[in-house]
Design a protein around this ligand. Sequence first.
Ligand code: HEM
Length: 206
Amino acid sequence: MARMLQRYDDRERMNHWFIALMFVLAGLSGLAFFHPSLFFLSHLFGGGSWARILHPFMGVLMVLSFLGLAAKLWRANVLVAGDREWKKHMGDMLRGKKASLPPVGKYNYGQKMVFWVMLVSLLVLLVTGIMFWRPWFAPYFPIDLLRVAALLHSIAAVALIAATIVHVYAALWVKGTTRAMTRGTVSEDWARLNHALWHKEVTGGR
Ligand code: HEM
């Protein structure tokens, strides 16, 4: 039986799946207000009024729990010199020619970019969303600023959805990755193949 390496602890995994749940709920209720053709989605939340009441709370919970996870993982997502080399070989990754990719640490360049896009878009969603959260905060801002905030809120939502699609696709596409977030462990072969420097770090090069 292959030896397993710990990649996430229980709290990180529970936090991650809570973020994913809030992403789906805040996303579906938000899309209901995005365009009239999507308003039918509000029925999932008990109608327009309930979707409107619940959406900001689910959004805030998503951002706060993401910040909790990010506080633990941001250091591993800082770009390093080797990432530039990996970026040049990104095509090889997509073609499945992993042997020509330079060794990477806990996360590769693609994962790191997804992380930062998620963080920035969530912060924009939080700040702009609070600004036009009626009746609490909106009266404090001029209407023109609220219009800009609403536009930025939509742009950030599209960026977050796009980053999450890439994230889920990559997690399913690279065989053996999903168990990192379901069981918390990955096989030693997976680590050696996909994150050689991290493998060396956690095993001491054995
Ligand atoms: C069904 C949906 C999702 C699946 C299947 C999924 C799967 C995974 C997997 C397998 C990992 C571990 C990757 C690794 O260690 O190499 C991971 C990490 C992570 N996921 Fe998800 N995820 C989902 C949704 C989300 C959402 C909605 C967010 C945030 C909005 C998110 C944020 C993260 C973050 C921040 C990490 C840590 C990676 C890093 O720091 O670069 N995930 N996910």
